[in-house]
Write a protein that binds this ligand. Structure first.
Ligand SMILES: Nc1ncnc2c1ncn2[C@@H]1O[C@H](COP(=O)(O)OP(=O)(O)O)[C@@H](O)[C@H]1O
Ligand SMILES: [Mg+2]
Length: 259
């Protein structure tokens, strides 16, 4: 008797819940793929790996980005949501998040990739710029793997280039980044960029993205990526409840300013 009930428990667990999509979340009809109304679609580990989302950001998404009022994050979040729901990506339009370290730029860029998959079934690609350049350099002998890496970056329906300009670039690195950006620009393939640098130099010797990448490429980037300036505190390594504490401080501050 006990054996039988155990068996039926197992059967229940492994039973396919949606007969329309066999729990894949997608219905295939000819060459077309539709999202199944059961909405079972989720970001599995294998999808996350295909998109090359770093493990550190595995659980980060739009729902757990907490907008902090005093830093104008509500406005940022609204822009991100508008982008996700708009047809702009079809026109090759992307975003560039600009701001100091730890304010949530990568969190939001990863969230966009995840939403594109959940809402449109689009499998994008995340690449940290420095690692991408390193991977390309270590295979740069015309071997198949160089072409594979480049092809993946050029073909991805949406590409995140994380931490662009985080270090001084050699001529070679600059050329390869120009090539990637221009190819994608020409093919109307969107790029989501994050950077810690300001776009343009205030003075001649300033470190800016323009100085690191060159004027022509920045003007291309600005043609296709809407700039989103982000402010905030460096939240790296902060405890889980730190944001709640910030909220409480914010409420205290507001109460004080009213009284
Ligand atoms: N507003 C926020 N709400 C929730 N988590 C945040 C927020 N801002 C930053 N974080 C978290 O802080 C850490 C650093 O953010 P990250 O996106 O890596 O910063 P950046 O790319 O701007 O340097 C990440 O763990 C991220 O999830
Ligand atoms: Mg980052």
């Amino acid at each position: 008797m006990k054996k039988k009930s155990m068996k039926s428990e197992l059967e229940k667990e492994f039973q396919v819940k949606c007969s329309k999509c066999n729990d894949t979340g997608w219905i295939h009809k000819g060459n077309l793929v539709y999202r199944c109304p059961c909405r079972l679609v989720k970001i599995t580990d294998s999808i996350s790996q295909r998109m090359k989302i770093p493990k550190r950001y595995k659980d980060k998404d739009i729902s757990n980005f907490k907008p902090i009022e005093r830093y104008g994050h509500h406005f940022v979040l609204e822009k991100v949501k508008n982008y996700i729901n708009s047809p702009f990506y079809k026109e090759g339009k992307g975003l560039i998040f600009i701001g100091p370290p730890g304010v949530g730029k990568t969190h939001l860029a990863v969230s966009i990739l995840k939403e594109f998959f959940l809402k449109r079934g689009i499998v994008g690609l995340f690449r940290d710029t420095k690692t991408l350049l390193f991977d390309l350099k270590s295979t740069f002998d015309g071997s198949a793997s160089t072409r594979e890496i480049l092809e993946e970056v050029l073909e991805a329906p949406i590409l995140v280039l994380d931490d662009l300009g985080s270090e001084r670039l050699s001529d070679w690195a600059r050329d390869i980044l120009h090539y990637i950006i221009i190819q994608r620009y020409n093919e109307l393939k969107p790029i989501i960029i994050t950077t810690n640098l300001e776009l343009k130099s205030e003075t001649e010797i300033d470190d800016s993205l323009e100085e690191r990448m060159g004027k022509p490429i920045i003007s291309r980037i600005l043609e296709i990526c809407e700039p989103i300036h982000m402010a905030g505190e460096d939240l790296r390594g902060k405890p889980e409840d730190y944001l709640e504490q910030l909220d409480e401080k914010e409420e205290d501050r507001l109460e004080e300013s009213i009284s």
